[in-house]
Design a protein around this ligand. Structure first.
Ligand code: T1G
Length: 702
């Protein structure tokens, strides 16, 4: 069987065109590097060929190394095929459209010239996979655009648009033409006779004085220790940029190779690779055909202009979608629109958007007070208070006004989707689109199936989430759906450990050491202890067996609601957000323990971490058993994008495998005997442990 040609070579007007054709993203899969080298050898031996063009077929130039190949042997390295380009006797022009990332950009950097379409985006995102560029990218980019700009790109891994790439000196030209290929061939013909060929292996083009260099790298190191103290790859990336300013090109290449080998199979890289693919797996809906593209949501309405509704409206406006915010009174509406304006104002002050962008986005948002005004929207998202009667009324009104085929979505975080669906005559149009606060920032959108929600509605809602730049993951309808339901046991165990003598600052320290950006109690002080208080009261009233959480209840009843009252789990000086441990909290713990006869004890760091996370692992297994999530990796995606779980740990279930299902089961069984039914081991956990399997691979029953 003929091998699929992933590299096509043809001579056009005296130019050897090397076209990469490896769908879906032109990753450097098997044979691609070899194909490039073969084409260069052929063209350099052909007197009819004056120059080369390197271009991608399909959506992108090249997406970089094939991540699925990591950990395995790869016959030819990017370093080798990039060197073949740089050493070509005839000039090579990279013609970039779509993405040129990682090894893709490294091949382009080895070319003598680079032109791009206006929408092209380039980058060296390797650190986001826990590795470093290993095809000469750190050495060539630093020499091409200087250490300051190279440091920013390589240590952050961010993508850079064509205009910025031109300004930095990565591109020679942006060509806005119908066919990039023919423009590139003409460009190559024009420069064919240029000699000597420019080399990005020469000295740094924009050197900095030694003292400025020292400050640059010192500041960068300090910033990394502050922002990503757990990660190795960014620090190695920094060292490689530094090497490009102080060592020979060959020494720099050797150092890239050394660091790449060191990182490729480290825990950090394995977890980040897992997270990369888990996010894409979550977009796949069992039973939905990948060939059927759901129609996009081109206009939206939000019912309820409160904090969540306003944030969701911003998410639409941020991507240029017209959005109407419906509120019952002009006064409520004005308040909501003002909150949106203020939020954008903060972003402008921070420099993350310009005033023009703020104005452009605000112009996409229109306030209305009449249901009749939103009937023409492709989708409506209800974001009113979590009250069943209110939601039923809203959905009954939506059913009367929304055009046929509209999505009727709820942002509810826990109420059964069927309650809203049954308030309409079109339950098949109803689903959950659960955003996480702040909705214009947090990337997770939990898409929730009601019992009457067909795959088409789920698929279209997932597409809407993706078009908003969100990461979608599907859950089934139950109390707390999948994300919050899996996280609640962790929060419960933390509160119960307080009753037994643990302290908020101790638990926060351990969770920050684990990799969370902030401790859960400090976060709770920010969001407000009263937010969950009402929910606990409702549950206690509805379920006599509900285990009250005495300490957080007591704190709220004392008026200690967090930062907004100057004290919560911590105390805060006037106008200062720095959390300070507070003796009062110790007294509350002692009083509650005495009142309820709870024996006080000390905890090891490991017990605190395992009590918190194992409770959620066990609940995640129950969620899967009940079919309320498709895959364990979907729950990991929810934890990464909804709760800030440290990405270099892969996700809750990926991390659990580092402990092992059997060890977790044994500990859960012990706590089941000590603490009772909430620790009853889930059947799925028992099954995975018995089979010696991995929790990350668990799925809902077929
Ligand atoms: N390797 C393997 N598969 C990849 C891939 C890659 N590099 N990139 C994407 N895919 C798969 C992806 O899993 C999905 O598969 C499909 O392609 C579409 O992806 C040598 C060592 C390019 C911006 O980090 O950032 O080069 O789900 O949904 O939204 O020194 O893909 O359909 O089965 O994301 O249009 C550096 C990673 C590697 C780029 C396109 N490169 N990819 O986004 O499509 S390390 C990267 C992306 C390296 C060098 C070093 C994005 C994209 P499936 P998608 P998209």
């Amino acid at each position: 069987m003929s091998e699929v040609q992933t590299v096509k070579y043809a001579v056009e007007d005296g130019v050897g065109v090397i076209a990469i054709d490896n769908p879906p993203v032109n990753a450097l899969g098997p044979g691609v590097r070899e194909g490039i080298m073969d084409a260069l050898a052929t063209g350099n031996a052909d007197p009819a060929v004056q120059a080369f063009v390197l271009i991608g077929i399909g959506r992108n130039f090249m997406a970089g190394a094939d991540i699925r190949q990591f950990g395995g042997a790869r016959p030819v390295s990017t370093r080798t095929s990039a060197a073949a380009i740089a050493e070509s006797g005839k000039p090579v022009v990279a013609a970039i459209h779509g993405y040129a990332l990682g090894g893709g950009l490294e091949h382009a950097l080895a070319c003598h010239y680079r032109i791009a379409a206006p929408g092209a985006r380039v980058g060296l995102p390797e650190v986001s996979l826990g590795i470093v560029p290993a095809g000469g990218g750190t050495q060539r980019l630093t020499r091409l655009i200087g250490p300051k700009a190279a440091l920013d790109m390589i240590v952050s891994g961010r993508h850079v648009g064509a205009a910025e790439a031109l300004r930095l000196g990565i591109l020679n030209e942006i060509v806005d033409v119908p066919t990039l290929r023919s423009a590139a061939v003409q460009y190559a013909r024009r420069i064919a006779a240029t000699r000597p060929l420019p080399s990005s292996q020469a000295e740094v083009r924009r050197p900095l004085p030694a003292d400025e260099l020292a400050v640059l790298f010192e500041d960068a190191r300090k910033s990394l220790l502050r922002k990503s103290r757990h990660l190795k790859a960014p620090q190695k990336a920094l060292a490689l940029v530094e090497a490009a300013t102080s060592r020979t090109f060959e020494e720099g290449l050797a150092l890239e190779h050394e660091f790449f080998k060191e990182l490729e199979n480290a825990d950090e890289a394995k977890a980040l690779r897992y997270a990369f693919f888990a996010e894409r797996e979550a977009a796949k809906i069992p039973g939905a055909s990948p060939l059927v593209q759901p129609s996009p949501v081109r206009s939206a309405a939000i019912v309820g202009g409160g904090t969540m509704g306003g944030g969701i409206a911003m998410a639409f406006a941020d991507v240029g979608v017209e959005v109407k915010v419906l509120d019952m009174s002009q006064e409520a509406l004005d308040r909501g629109i003002k909150r949106i304006r203020d939020n954008y104002g903060v972003s402008v002050k921070r420099g993350s958007i310009t005033q023009a962008q703020m104005d452009e986005r605000l112009a996409k948002i229109r306030g209305v007070t009449d249901y009749a005004d939103i009937g023409d929207c492709d989708a409506v998202i209800e974001a009113v208070f979590e009250r069943v009667d209110l939601k039923q009324e809203v959905f009954s009104r939506l059913d009367q006004v929304m055009k046929p085929g509209a999505l009727l979505l709820t942002n509810s975080s826990a109420i059964d989707i069927d309650i809203m669906a049954n308030a309409t005559k079109r339950p098949q149009a109803v689903a959950g689109a659960h955003f996480f606060a702040p909705a214009n920032v947090m990337k997770l959108c939990e898409v929730v199936r009601g019992s009457a929600t067909p795959i088409e509605t789920i698929a279209r809602t997932m597409k809407m989430a993706r078009d908003l730049g969100k990461v979608g993951a599907v859950a089934g309808s139950c109390d707390g759906f999948a994300a919050n339901r899996s996280r609640t046991p962790m929060m419960t165990e933390m509160m119960l450990m307080l009753e037994e003598g643990a302290l908020p600052e101790q638990i926060d320290r351990i969770m920050v050491a684990f990799g969370y950006p902030m401790g859960p109690f400090a976060v709770n002080d920010m969001s407000g202890l009263d937010v969950s208080y009402e929910g606990r009261k409702r549950r206690a009233a509805a379920d006599p067996g509900y285990r009250k959480l005495h300490i957080p209840d007591r704190m709220v009843e004392m008026g200690r609601k967090g930062q907004k009252t100057g004290a919560g789990w911590y105390r805060y000086a006037e106008g200062d957000r720095t959390p300070h441990p507070d003796e009062v909290v110790k007294q509350v713990i002692a009083e509650v323990a005495k009142e309820f006869g709870i024996v006080q004890r000390t905890f090891s760091d490991e017990e605190i971490l395992h009590r918190a996370l194992f409770a959620s692992v066990n609940e995640a297994c129950r969620i899967l058993e009940e079919g309320k999530a498709y895959r364990a990796s979907d729950i990991d995606v929810m934890w990464l994008y909804g709760f800030g779980f440290p990405r270099h740990r892969g996700g809750l279930m990926f991390w659990a495998d580092s402990v092992g299902a059997s060890a977790i089961l044994a500990q859960v069984q012990e706590w089941h005997e000590r603490y009772g039914k909430r620790w009853k081991p889930s059947v799925l956990l028992e099954r995975v442990a018995a089979a010696g399997g991995r929790l990350r691979d668990a799925t809902a029953p077929q």
